[in-house]
Design a protein around this ligand. Structure first.
Ligand SMILES: Cc1cc2nc3c(=O)[nH]c(=O)nc-3n(C[C@H](O)[C@H](O)[C@H](O)COP(=O)(O)OP(=O)(O)OC[C@H]3O[C@@H](n4cnc5c(N)ncnc54)[C@H](O)[C@@H]3O)c2cc1C
Length: 384
């Protein structure tokens, strides 16, 4: 059992449950799904039945009343085996469920949340557009209020859990008014089955190949006025607050991926013999493994500390940005060294470490690139 100052026996029991699931249900098919670039609704449903969706929601919304650390441990343990499935769970919980729970009215929570806790419906967070990436205020999608209904036109790109068969809807940032050259940004909840809502799955990704990433188009999509989430004009603020929590789950993906890559490298270094002995006996390889273990230890403490702050009602934006930045960079460094330890065998598509090496690359880009996170941290420490 892992012992940390942040986790209880209950957290560690959850870790064992998720680890067992990941080893028995995900590991045997992860390579095949990745190779075939196939999103598996069956596996997603199994993850729902195992209790991985909506853990931190109160029971009245279909949740389990757990803390955010429970979600972070869940994502970490899945990422130790497969980045794609970890991204499905992380995005749905933090970006899909999160804003509805944190900013929704009681009626919206009761309507939208319970169906999202079972694993047969996924909800997306649609911020990014072709001309609005890091600069998320550059949104061009528009929502006009006409006879008590929002009429939405525009498009979104690179949206997790939005293009596949389980995609039930999306939380969409749109311009709701233009005044004195300034755009008012708000958030609207849109079901995917609304007429005029077109979706396409993005293919040929380098990483997360068995996760669903979609491209969305809205042509006169019409939803009731009450689908506005939170306060009108506060859309960007709510989206950015959502990303603070989302970054904790990206950090968990970095940590879990690094842990998985390290374990593979450790195992291989003991099995692979050259010059008449296991390569782990060579000091230069042993030092690589020691460096990996140290970085993972630091990443886990940094991440769990940031999550502890969220769970205990303390400000956590700076710590979440630092944890996401650090864990994703550690994932890159550890995956790279793990490939090095595998030699040529780490470079062929049949090795799992090759998949880990590809899967880590998104972590320095999604939910705030490493460069943008340094700007965020800079603001927190008093820089302009
Ligand atoms: C698989 C996948 C899943 C995703 N899921 C979602 C999702 O669910 N919802 C969603 O809304 N988005 C999602 N995204 C989009 C993701 O959040 C964006 O890709 C990310 O925010 C960066 O935007 P961009 O790719 O347009 O890069 P750009 O913003 O164009 O950046 C390009 C480069 O310029 C740098 N840069 C930009 N501005 C600055 C600056 N001011 N200072 C210094 N450097 C700068 C960046 O760091 C980067 O290196 C996903 C992306 C992928 C690949």
């Amino acid at each position: 059992m892992m012992i940390t100052p942040f986790t209880t026996e209950k957290h560690e029991a959850l870790r064992q449950h998720v680890r067992m699931f990941a080893e028995t249900e995900i590991r045997p098919i992860a390579h095949k799904l990745d190779k075939e670039e196939r999103f598996s609704p069956e596996l997603t449903k199994k993850m729902g039945e195992a209790g991985f969706f909506g853990q931190y929601l109160p029971e009245k919304y279909g949740g389990q009343g757990l803390d955010y650390l429970s979600l972070v441990i869940t994502v970490e343990e899945i990422a130790r085996v497969d980045g794609s499935q970890a991204s499905t769970v992380a995005s749905h919980n933090s970006l899909g469920i999160g804003p509805i729970y944190y900013f929704g009215t009681e009626e919206q929570k009761q309507q939208f949340l319970p169906p999202l806790t079972k694993g047969d419906k996924l909800w997306a967070f649609a911020l990014t557009e072709t001309n609005a990436g890091s600069d998320s205020r550059g949104t061009e999608t528009r929502a006009n209020l006409e006879s008590n209904q929002w009429v939405i036109n525009g498009s979104k790109i690179f949206i997790s859990n939005a293009g596949g068969p389980l995609a039930a809807g999306a939380t969409v940032q749109a311009i709701t008014k233009e005044e004195n050259g300034k755009n008012e940004l708000s958030i609207i909840l849109i079901n995917t089955n609304e007429p005029g809502f077109e979706r396409e799955r993005i293919a040929n990704k380098m990483m997360w190949r068995s996760a669903d990433t979609g491209k969305l188009k809205f042509t006169n999509v019409t939803v009731p006025e009450k689908n506005l989430l939170g306060e009108r004009g506060k859309g960007s603020k709510m989206m950015l607050q959502t990303l603070d929590s989302g970054r904790l789950t990206i950090g968990a993906m970095g940590l879990g991926l690094a842990q998985g890559a390290y374990e593979m490298a450790m195992d291989y270094a003991h099995k692979r013999e050259q010059f008449g002995q296991p390569i782990a006996n060579f000091q230069v390889i042993a030092f690589k493994l020691a460096d990996m273990a140290t970085k993972i230890e630091l990443a886990r403490n940094t991440l769990y500390n940031a999550v502890w702050r969220k769970d205990n009602g303390k400000p956590f934006g700076k710590e979440a940005a630092m944890a996401k930045l650090y864990c994703s960079e550690v994932a890159k460094e550890v995956a790279d060294e793990a490939v090095q330890i595998h030699g040529a065998y780490g470079l062929v598509q049949d090795s799992d470490i090759e998949r880990f090496y590809r899967d880590q690359r998104i972590l320095q880009i999604g939910e705030g690139t490493s460069e943008i996170l340094k700007l965020v941290i800079g603001r927190h420490i008093g820089l302009k």
